[in-house]
Design a protein around this ligand. Sequence first.
Ligand code: PLP
Length: 463
Amino acid sequence: MTIQQTVQPTVDLAMFGGGRAVPRKLGIRPWPMVTDQDEQAVHRVLRSGRFTSASSGEQEITGLEREWARHVGTEHCVAVSNGTAALSVALGAAGVEPGDEVIVPALSFIGSAAAPLHLMAVPVFVDIDPVTFNLDPAAVEAAITGRTKAIVVVHLHGLPAELDEITAIADRHGITVVEDAAQAHGARYRGRSVGSFGAVNAFSLNVSKNLATCGEGGLITTDDADVATRATMLRQFGELIPAGGERSYVAHLLGWNCKPNAVQAAFTRSRLARLPAETAVREENVRRLLGRLAAYPGFLVPEVPRDRTHAWHILRIRVSPAAFGLADAYAGPLRAVVQRALRAEGVPAVPYQLQPLPAQRVFTGRRGFGAYPWALPGVVDRPYRAEDFPATLRVLDDSFTIQKAHLHPESGPLLDRYADAFEKVWQHREALAAIAATTDYTPHWERASEIADTEWAGAFPAR
Ligand SMILES: Cc1ncc(COP(=O)(O)O)c(C=O)c1O
């Protein structure tokens, strides 16, 4: 199929007043989709009167824990109130303590780095591989010190990270691997589900996720019974609450209150039954979209190594300046113009993260627990600088993402029109390259810095 056969080269870009490639009537289907079955599951809980994991005789949370452990292939699962709590509790249950260093990828959601900080551990950021968007194993090894306790291995956007290499590095240095699989439900690495590789692992059930609840939720998986017990205590004030028996109110350690909610557990259980089928249909829909995009050298679509599957939580597409006839220095401006053109056509192209995590004010301003953990004795307080993460900066600059629109199993026809939009934009590449070469441009991270300066002046003393 040639470009000319499907889209007339004379068709004007919507950003210049032409018609849209994606008809408005093809709206984005709501996510998470809610079926009668999901509603019945929620009503079942409302009628039961058992609403949290501390409710005597509660069945939905324990049922979800049992089913998710089986799905992932681990011995144990502990449900909590959200994915960030799952990660904090997982790290705590793995023995991370104040002043320990925890390696975190520079490109991820803030929760990946906030979780160790909540334990007064020091996040040490590591650059990503610009092709997989996941931790670069060589950079992980280079970042290890005598204080490194754990590595948060994020499977960003749904693609499993280099688990074998990272696990081998961790084993050599006696460090714990904790998977952050918040975006990767159902993804597999060498035949095994993510969430079964680390000593203890975390998932999010936030409404935006592939396995979503009707609100917030999180799941922790592990094969270690002691870790599971510690995680359970950490979620409920440090207490052990017997399933059917009397609660003693004895706190054995410092815990949080991040207990899960039975309504959300029941909703997730209902959705879990459909996860494999939805994952399979999404794979087909997304592969068809990306297959068409790959025909245009200006768009670099995600690569999936043969030994793993992608959960396709977020689609990140890079723009190649060389293919548009531009020098590398124009990567950012070109991406900005292409993104604008696609949005005008009806493709909801958006950034995901404006800056490397270490550039967030919480880190550059040392806004932790007072000056802690950085002021703890023995902690080496290294600078947090965006420029130390060139691959992350480059990817943030030259790529955009599609989120949520592709998650619904019936999004195939919409994604086909998205492919038309990309095709149309590619046809007008010369005009777009000319605009990119001449317009003012502010990188995302400079904008983020301006927002941080202006949105909230803050009451923190400068550190
Ligand atoms: C990679 C990653 N880690 C952690 C989290 C935190 O999950 P939650 O939003 O449920 O706290 C998210 C959620 O967006 C995420 O994408």
